[in-house]
Design a protein around this ligand. Structure first.
Ligand SMILES: Nc1ncnc2c1ncn2[C@@H]1O[C@H](COP(=O)(O)OP(=O)(O)OP(=O)(O)O)[C@@H](O)[C@H]1O
Ligand SMILES: [Mg+2]
Length: 289
């Protein structure tokens, strides 16, 4: 695949307000309180990896940021704006649908399942939202889509339909499709966990290049090697709360909380059982200390 253009890494500490700020964010489904008060800030240009056991609320948190779910309590700001609600004359009002659509257009989301339109080519999938949501002229949207497909290494697959593409290729189309809306924030929900092991690397490489380009990213993943190498910060969630956060080295190699230790031990054990390469990566976290 072609190598995406490498910009200088944005290691410089981001200044100003965080791009994402969640304060005591809660979410219940009926009587089931799934998020119990999440406080989290993500700076511009920062890559945050979100880890945690199944059911801990990781997907729900991403869906709240992207307004696919409505908060039960607390507040989330994206780019300084309250999402979903606004304050007018000292009172909170639900935002109008057009306003919510505008806020959502700033955020790209990539799911475990690629969710491509099966009856559209790779190019058609990437052009769809810019043309129909942003009303960008077709020729311009097409040019940009071709450039994005090139960026994710698919210049030679633009006319293929999803069924003619491998899982890794479909996921790269999905990333290009999200980028076509020029989001300021990218949310990834286990983007590689539905892929055959040999296809994981090509998707992670595209994400790495995106991170190096300065994209702000929240990534739910079990790929410990990616978290170690690419994340600025690792956040461990359990049972609807942030249990521990810090640098990858601190959280992955020197976890302080028992729940983090137990989770990492389990992931390591599963990785060992499943795949010796992944096991080596997890072991490497400890060995190269
Ligand atoms: N639409 C919904 N209605 C009812 N309960 C829900 C809904 N969505 C999620 N839940 C519940 O919320 C809890 C957290 O789910 P969530 O999908 O956020 O977890 P997760 O950390 O992403 O887990 P996994 O690692 O398995 O993807 C689960 O108990 C789940 O059953
Ligand atoms: Mg999930």
């Amino acid at each position: 695949m072609s190598t995406p253009a490498q910009a200088s890494p944005t290691d410089a500490p981001a200044t100003g307000e965080p791009l994402v700020r969640a304060v005591n964010a809660t979410k219940s489904f009926g009587h089931n309180e799934v998020l119990k008060g999440i406080d989290l800030e993500v700076a511009r240009g920062e890559v945050v990896c979100l880890l945690g056991p199944s059911g801990s609320g990781k997907t729900t948190f991403l869906r709240l940021i992207n307004q696919m779910e409505v908060l039960t309590g607390g507040r989330i700001w994206v780019d300084g704006e309250l999402i979903g609600i606004e304050e007018r004359r000292g009172r909170l009002h639900r935002r109008k649908p057009a306003d919510i659509a505008r806020q959502r257009a700033e955020i790209g989301m990539v799911f475990q399942r690629f969710n491509l339109f099966p009856h559209r080519t790779a190019l058609g999938n990437v052009m769809e939202a810019p043309v129909h949501v942003k009303r960008i002229p077709r020729a311009q949207a097409r040019e940009r889509a071709l450039s994005l497909l090139d960026q994710v290494g698919l210049a030679d697959r633009v006319d293929y339909y999803p069924a003619q593409l491998s899982g890794g290729q479909q996921q790269r189309v999905a990333i290009a499709r999200a980028l076509a809306m020029d989001p300021q924030l990218m949310l990834f929900d286990e983007p590689t966990s539905a892929l055959d092991p040999e296809l994981v690397g090509e998707v992670l490489n595209v994400m790495k290049a995106l991170a190096a380009d300065g994209m702000t990213m929240i990534v739910v993943t079990h790929e410990m090697g990616f978290a170690r190498d690419v994340a600025d910060r690792v956040v461990f969630m359990d049972d609807g709360l942030v249990v521990e956060q810090g640098s990858p080295r601190q959280v992955l190699a020197h976890p302080r909380q028992e729940r983090t230790k137990a989770f990492l031990a389990r992931v390591r054990h599963e990785a060992q059982a499943r795949d010796s390469l992944a096991a080596a990566q997890v072991e490497g976290l400890i060995a190269d200390d």
